[in-house]
Design a protein around this ligand. Structure first.
Ligand SMILES: [Zn+2]
Length: 126
């Protein structure tokens, strides 16, 4: 989970990663006050978990987009010779079905991240 908070000393945003699903998990792992050091002003401060928010991890989207792109191309290249030869309606339908698989995987990754962020941000600690 990519988490973000604002440095209490200089006000710059700082992000960090933690393998947590909500603020209770965060407290379990990092303590009642989460200690973070700021990269811009070097202040080592403790933060209230309720001031820490989950944000989108863009890298996950990149991975999802790659799966989508590579999957689609691979399926297309693999099926193309048969598609040209075949006038079979069932085959065309099956092809269409297979092509949607990478898209569904992409959508699934996208949605699961959205839900995890929402879950983290709505559940307050304390
Ligand atoms: Zn700072």
């Amino acid at each position: 989970m990519k988490l973000i908070t604002r440095c209490a000393s200089c006000g710059s945003f700082k992000t960090f990663h933690a393998k947590v699903s909500d603020r209770f998990d965060l407290v379990k792992n990092r303590g009642e006050k989460v200690e973070l050091s700021c990269k811009s002003c070097n202040a080592n401060l403790k933060y209230d978990p309720n001031n820490i928010k989950a944000v989108e991890n863009k890298r996950i989207y990149l991975v999802a987009a790659l799966i989508f792109a590579i999957g689609s191309i691979a399926i297309f290249v693999g099926f193309w010779p048969y598609l040209l030869k075949s006038r079979n309606a069932y085959f065309v339908a099956a092809f269409t079905g297979v092509v949607t698989v990478p898209f569904l995987i992409y959508q699934n990754i996208h949605h699961s991240q959205e839900n995890r962020i929402k879950y983290f941000n709505t559940k307050r600690y304390g």
